[in-house]
Design a protein around this ligand. Structure first.
Ligand code: 5RP
Length: 226
């Protein structure tokens, strides 16, 4: 059951604060997108003198980072990214994730791929046993939209075009309902292989390393099962 919004915000604030402990001083940090990441960005502002800068997973995050005085760096100019902090829409016990509710899945996946450690921050309503209740976002090249939708139906999903949304990369998003994702690694691979798909918002081949989960009893830390 979801938390009431003020309790959820409190939980998001708590995990954002807990994530500050993972920020490596004197280095560049990767920063994600969404309301939980926004709490983190606002707190990261207080550490701006202690980090070199940040790589942003979206234009919205880049704007917010700049607003709090943090330099935003191009990922191509960064050789080492020790940590990436970001939220999620669903988190499994293996720390496989569904992401992309905010539409930033492609850049999020790129930054996560480069980062050595992915710290996921979320309130406890995001924890599930099996991924798929949250519609799975898939970023698609616009001319392939109908073809990709048909292929997703073949995989058992019910794709819905996210109306009025164009991603930072100029593409559209299909939100796929009705999937029970029993094998996230295999499904990520399968959807990635559909021609016209840019990114699927399943983060299973590169899961989070650590999840900081906020709830009524404070913040608990989960690590990926061996
Ligand atoms: C954006 C994302 C976000 O991390 C995800 O949607 C969670 O957002 P929020 O922290 O607002 O619940 O993947 O593309």
């Amino acid at each position: 059951m979801g938390l009431f919004s003020s309790a959820a915000d409190q939980a998001k604030r708590a995990v954002a604060e807990a994530a500050l402990a993972y920020v490596p001083r004197g280095q560049v940090i990767g920063v994600g997108t969404g309301s939980t990441a926004n709490f983190f960005i606002d707190m990261l502002g207080d550490l701006r003198q202690q980090i070199v800068g940040a790589v942003a997973s979206s234009e919205a995050t880049a704007q917010r980072l700049k607003k709090v005085g943090i330099e935003v760096l191009d990922l191509n100019s960064v050789n080492d990214l020790p940590v990436y902090v970001d939220g999620a829409d669903e988190i499994s016990p293996d720390l496989h994730l569904i992401k992309g509710g905010g539409g930033a899945l492609t850049r999020e996946k790129i930054v996560a791929a480069v980062a050595r450690q992915f710290v996921c921050i979320a309130d406890e309503s995001k924890c599930v046993d099996i991924l798929g209740r949250f519609p799975l976002p898939v970023e698609v090249i616009p001319m392939a939209r109908a073809y990709v939708a048909r292929e997703l139906v073949r995989l058992g999903g019910a794709p819905d075009l996210r109306i009025g949304v164009t991603t930072d990369n100029g593409n559209c998003i299909l939100d796929v309902h009705g999937l029970e994702i029993l094998n996230p690694i295999e499904m990520e691979r399968e959807i990635n292989q559909i021609t016209g798909v840019v990114t699927v918002g399943l983060f299973a081949r590169r899961p989070a390393n650590v999840a900081l989960i906020g709830g009524a009893n404070g913040v608990r830390r989960l690590e990926a099962r061996a």
